[in-house]
Design a protein around this ligand. Structure first.
Ligand code: SAH
Length: 220
């Protein structure tokens, strides 16, 4: 049980994160700021790291993976320009925190994770928090969602050497795909748009993500 004073402390840390690490940089989308000012990030990190839940850095979540730093979660979400009607495909469920941000801002989220222990733990936290607009799949997300369909937005939360073709194929016309592309040690976050079947790519910023391991990602 978390006491009243503890709740007040967490609320203050969350407000400080939004103010200094998001608004203090270039996060301006009011919907992203509102959601990240409300979601309990501490519920998504292992108990040993709960006191660092609002620090602006990645934290270990097990099996060699990390929960992304809050600023990067906010930046990637802002790049997706969500209005609330979108179906979003997320590759790399991890802790489920980014999934929660997306599910709060879009119509439905389809999320893929390769480690079943992470997928199961994320699903249990997200159900406990009341999310009922998320579909889960365990497998290689570089091959896309297992059904033949398209998505309005696609987000990869792990790095790829090049944008996987199956994901470009599953991006709807008028859609946006955000992905870190590069080597295992350093990447560029890029925003990919599809319009009238034509693909354009814009750089966002340099970044460093864990690698996406899969058929269209890096080898294990
Ligand atoms: N958004 C998550 C980020 C987790 S790190 C969070 O903030 O918690 C990236 C995640 O991608 C890891 O959980 C990793 O296991 C997963 N991943 C790596 N390769 C994958 C693949 N081919 N398919 C699905 N998930 C993958």
């Amino acid at each position: 049980m978390v006491g009243f004073d503890e709740n007040k402390k967490i609320a203050a840390e969350r407000a400080a994160m939004v103010r200094y690490h998001l608004q203090g940089r270039d996060i301006t989308d009011p919907r992203v700021l509102e959601v990240m000012g409300r979601l309990p990030r501490e519920a998504f990190v292992p108990p040993a790291y709960a006191s660092q839940a609002y620090a602006d850095n990645p934290l270990p979540i097990g099996v060699g993976q990390t929960i992304s730093q809050p600023y990067i979660v906010a930046l990637m979400t802002q790049c997706l320009r969500l209005s609330g009607n979108e179906d979003v495909l997320e590759i790399g469920t991890g802790s489920g925190y980014q999934t929660a941000v997306l599910a709060s801002l879009a119509r439905r989220v389809y999320t893929i994770e390769r480690f079943h222990e992470l997928a199961e733990s994320a699903q249990s936290v997200l159900s406990r928090l009341g999310f009922d607009n998320i579909e889960y799949y365990i497998g290689d997300g570089s091959c896309g969602w297992p059904e033949k369909r398209t998505f309005d937005r696609i987000l990869l939360t792990a790095a790829v050497p090049r944008v996987p073709q199956p994901l470009l194929d599953q991006l709807a016309d008028g859609g946006i795909l955000v992905v870190p592309v590069g080597s295992e040690s350093t990447q560029m976050l890029v925003s990919v748009k599809k319009k009238h079947g034509r693909i354009t790519t814009e750089p966002v910023c340099g970044c460093r993500f864990v690698k996406l391991v899969g058929k269209y990602g890096f080898p294990d």
